[in-house]
Design a protein around this ligand. Structure first.
Ligand code: KG4
Ligand code: ZN
Length: 331
């Protein structure tokens, strides 16, 4: 089966073509970062309008790159949530109309399922069952994954997501949107330990996370006597270390709890170099294998949505053909 996947939940327009026997044939991604940068964050209305402009040209490019025609498609999967309502509506309306026009089924996909399964696109994919650490701008979750569609939530953040904490902290110390990668880059030149930040819920004996206090501690540090611009890199490094400490510790605890030796790390924060370094070290000692998506599939993309839809269709899901849809911004 040849499945088209469409992603438009936030500020990235993505399309992917996944063949259930041949794998990913092609994908295209357009990031709106430059558009939103001047406003210091994503402007929902502008995001929706840009998805409208980009979706069809990207799809044409993707079909051409894969050497397939619309008539070759067997189904269309699209992100139905969570995300920005208007942005989701663009992808959903297009996907449903396109599928209806071609007489093929459409399947709404949960954005996080795309992230969760994205390491399966790599050359050396993880095997089920595994523990997944999902760390994106909107979510921080640990899941036990026993198969496609078989996900058990083990723990999650009680307030901010890890990526959100990166972004808000970046803003506090004067970095431009998108803050997470900028903060990580600044941290490379700093030293952790010069500042002392808390490791929230490190010893909570459960798999819950909390990151909002960390942001407040950063704010306090920037208001303390002796704070200078030159201290920013050290504070960024300590912040990154604090987040990594908690993520690494809880991910390892989840693996022990589930008696599993395979960890999948997905979502934008999974691109963080220091987090990967720390995880790899601890995992190696514990005999745990860590799988990351290819870097290009760490942040939002259409390939992971085509994959998730493809695996669901292959598992027998039928989708629907009536063109009806609703999006679920808070799914
Ligand atoms: O998965 P994603 O692209 O979109 C969501 O579904 O949220 O994740 C985006 C998040 C943002 O908060 C961004 O700041 C963060 O991932 N991020 C990073 C890095 N690259 C992206 N955070 C820390 N270090 C990075 N290298
Ligand atoms: Zn995402």
């Amino acid at each position: 089966m040849l499945i088209l996947g469409i992603e438009s939940s936030c500020d990235e327009t993505g399309v992917g073509l996944y063949d259930t026997s041949r794998g990913l044939l092609a994908h295209r991604l357009y990031s709106q970062i430059a558009l939103h940068a001047q406003y210091g964050g994503v402007v929902p209305e502008l995001a929706s309008r840009d998805h409208v402009r980009k979706l069809i040209p990207l799809l044409r490019e993707c079909l051409a790159a894969a050497g397939v025609a619309p008539a070759d498609l067997d189904g269309v999967g699209y992100t139905a949530g969570p995300g920005l309502a208007g942005a989701l509506l663009v992808g959903a309306a297009f996907a449903e109309a396109y599928a209806h026009g071609l007489g093929i089924p459409a399947l709404p996909v949960h954005h996080l399922e795309g992230h969760l399964l994205s390491p399966l696109l790599s050359a050396d994919p993880p095997r089920f069952p595994f523990v997944a650490l999902l760390v994106s701008g909107g979510h921080t979750q640990l899941m036990r994954v026993t198969g496609v569609g078989a996900y058990e939530l083990l723990g999650e953040t009680v307030d901010d997501a890890a990526g959100e904490a990166f972004d808000k902290t970046a803003k506090l110390i004067g970095l431009d949107y998108p803050g997470g990668p900028a903060l990580a880059a600044l941290a490379e030149g700093g030293q952790a330990g010069v500042f002392k930040l808390p490791r929230p819920m490190l010893h909570s004996h459960d798999l819950q996370f909390s990151f909002s206090g960390l942001k407040t501690a950063v704010l306090t540090a920037t208001k303390a006597p002796g704070w200078t611009e030159a201290s920013r890199a050290d504070l960024a490094a300590e912040f990154q270390e604090a987040v990594s400490d908690v993520l690494v510790s809880k991910a390892m605890a989840a693996l022990r709890q589930c008696a599993l030796k395979t960890l999948v790390v997905a979502g934008g924060v999974g691109a963080n170099r220091r987090l990967r370094e720390r995880l790899n070290l601890v995992a190696h000692r514990a005999g745990v294998r860590v799988h990351y998506p290819e870097l290009e599939f760490c942040s939002d993309n259409g390939a992971m949505i085509s994959l998730a839809a493809g695996l669901r269709f292959a598992a027998g899901e039928k989708g629907h053909r009536d063109g009806a849809f609703t999006v679920k911004p808070r799914w």
